[in-house]
Design a protein around this ligand. Structure first.
Ligand SMILES: Nc1ncnc2c1ncn2[C@@H]1O[C@H](COP(=O)(O)OP(=O)(O)O)[C@@H](O)[C@H]1O
Ligand SMILES: [Mg+2]
Length: 509
């Protein structure tokens, strides 16, 4: 991801290199305003802004807005006459001889009109010779084909800590002493961390709400800010967010993985940085269903006390195609903004696997391509945990050395792991493990996955409630005996997977 300075440079380079239409998909107009202001000032370009409500005027500098926070935006602007109409403004621009940058807000909707679309193309044509540019913004900017290939999309990354800090400060200042601020430096830093991943507008709203609800801003507001962030992230579409404080995943077995993680964790330390070591990138966990891969992913975030971000790639396909890649990049961007974090991609073969491509117009392979690039280039502290059930559907590139730091294989739990899983699951369903003959149950459940052990306990509980009898060793053993585990019903699949995995991957235990 680009730093703000790199981002500014990127925009300036686009402006100088004859890109007539630059699209920025965002609702954060204040940030666009600041960015365009900076970009044009340094290049000594004239800049104009337009909206259907205000018409066209010179771009207001972001400074003048900050100087007087209470003035509504645009209150001191001078609009150019008769430019509110979308067609008129384009004609006006076409007739100007000055080089410049013209920011048209929410313009894409007007392009359904053939005359306006045609006029826009003519302006773009002029601009491709004179280093002028149209900037189109809106939450979603979809352009007609003939215009789309003149346009380039520019990503506005989410605000970083400095921008967020300013947003918090200006919000609090706007209450002018009517509220109390009780934050020590540590709380303040945590609060800034808590809003990471939000836009400036969202930050201002959430801070204003947290402050005004009880007329103070203090440490207790951090958790309500996190709560709000959980919702915002879910509404955004592709990510689910589980704050470290709420992660309770308990995992049995996986000792080898745990040790690996303990070592890898050092990679995030300042000492590692001082040696010039790059933090670990991520791991892939493959293995049969129900053996705790998903649970392990959650558990890693818990062990490292990092927030967990689950990328729900299934949802990528719900939205209409075309938006998907953008959503995907947005999700990765969001994850980086919340770093350090664990990004969990469950059953990666389902969204980026082979064999989907015909059905989805190549989307899965394009996504896979952008994912690999991102994985290669990401510098920030986002640790990726991908899981996969079906090796045959995974693109072989993913298994190549160097993509992930390590690929782990999860087999069925051994005796010791089954004992821990039995204990964990009994406790989860309010059954005291000391009341059971564990060695006996460990023996009986040979060949069972963790999920199957959990299911046995649930089935036994239902039986006991119905028959009004207690859950005891005999009942559990009986339930185990009447269950056919996957390791029996799908013995061949499992053996096949095992034979590939054992030689190529590292065991989790
Ligand atoms: N090693 C384990 N320790 C504790 N519980 C387990 C373990 N493996 C599986 N389980 C139980 O089975 C459920 C399903 O496991 P999951 O992690 O979703 O399997 P996978 O992702 O490999 O298909 C878990 O929610 C948990 O209750
Ligand atoms: Mg799973």
């Amino acid at each position: 991801m680009l730093t703000p300075a790199q981002n500014l440079h990127h925009l300036q380079t686009l402006l100088m290199s004859f890109h007539p239409i630059i699209v920025i998909e965002t609702v954060e107009e204040e940030r666009v305003q600041a960015l365009l202001g900076q970009a044009t000032e340094e290049l000594q370009l004239l800049a104009f802004e337009w909206s259907i409500a205000q018409g066209m005027s010179r771009l207001q500098s972001a400074q003048s807005h900050w100087r007087n926070e209470y003035a509504p935006p645009g209150s001191n602007r001078q609009t150019i006459e008769k430019t509110a109409d979308p067609l008129e403004v384009l004609r006006h621009i076409a007739n100007l001889s000055t080089r410049g940058l013209y920011w048209l807000k929410d313009f894409a909707g007007h392009l359904d009109d053939a005359t306006i679309a045609r006029q826009l193309r003519e302006v773009a044509h002029l601009f491709s010779y004179n280093q002028s540019a149209l900037i189109l913004t809106g939450e979603q900017v979809s352009l007609p084909q003939e215009i789309a290939h003149e346009a380039i999309y520019f990503d506005l990354p989410l605000p970083g800590p400095i921008g967020l800090k300013q947003a918090i400060d200006s919000t609090v200042r706007s209450f002018r002493g009517r509220v109390q601020i009780n934050l020590c430096e540590r709380d303040y830093q945590q609060l800034i961390k808590a809003v990471q991943g939000m836009t400036l507008k969202q930050t201002k709203k959430v801070i204003a709400y947290a402050t005004l609800s009880d007329r103070q801003l203090d440490a207790s507001d951090i958790s309500s800010v996190l709560e709000r962030k959980t919702q915002i992230i879910r509404e955004n579409g592709l990510l689910d967010y589980i704050p470290a404080e709420r992660n309770t995943a308990q995992l049995g077995g996986f000792d080898n993985l745990r040790q690996w993680l303990n070592r890898a964790r050092m990679g995030f330390s300042n000492q590692a940085k001082s040696f010039g070591l790059v933090p670990p990138k991520g791991i892939l966990i493959v293995g049969i269903q129900g053996c705790g891969k998903s649970l392990a992913a959650k558990n890693i975030a818990r062990q490292w006390k990092m927030p967990l971000l689950k990328l729900d790639t299934g949802r990528l396909y719900d939205k209409y195609i075309g938006a998907s890649e953008k959503n995907f990049r947005h999700a990765l961007n969001l994850a980086e903004k919340m770093a350090p974090a664990v990004l969990w991609i469950d059953e990666i073969e389902k969204s980026m696997g082979q064999g989907n491509s015909d059905a989805d117009g190549g989307l899965s392979s394009r996504l896979f391509g952008s994912f690999l690039t991102w994985l290669q280039e990401k510098s920030e502290e986002v640790f990726v945990v991908a899981t996969a059930n079906d090796l045959s559907k995974l693109p072989p590139e993913l298994l190549r050395k160097g993509r992930f730091d390590e690929i782990f294989f999860v087999d069925l739990p051994d005796d010791q792991a089954r004992e821990t899983i039995l204990t964990i699951q009994m406790a989860r369903y309010q059954q005291d493990p000391s009341r059971f003959d564990l060695p006996r149950l460990v023996l009986a459940s040979d060949g069972f996955s963790g999920a199957e052990i959990e299911q046995v306990i649930i089935t036994a509980l239902y039986h006991a409630m119905h028959e009004r009898c207690p859950v005891d060793t005999a009942l559990l053993e009986h339930t185990i005996k009447s269950t056919v585990p996957l390791s029996v019903s799908r013995r061949e699949d499992l053996q096949h997977l095992r034979s590939i995995a054992k030689t190529r991957f590292v065991s989790v235990k």
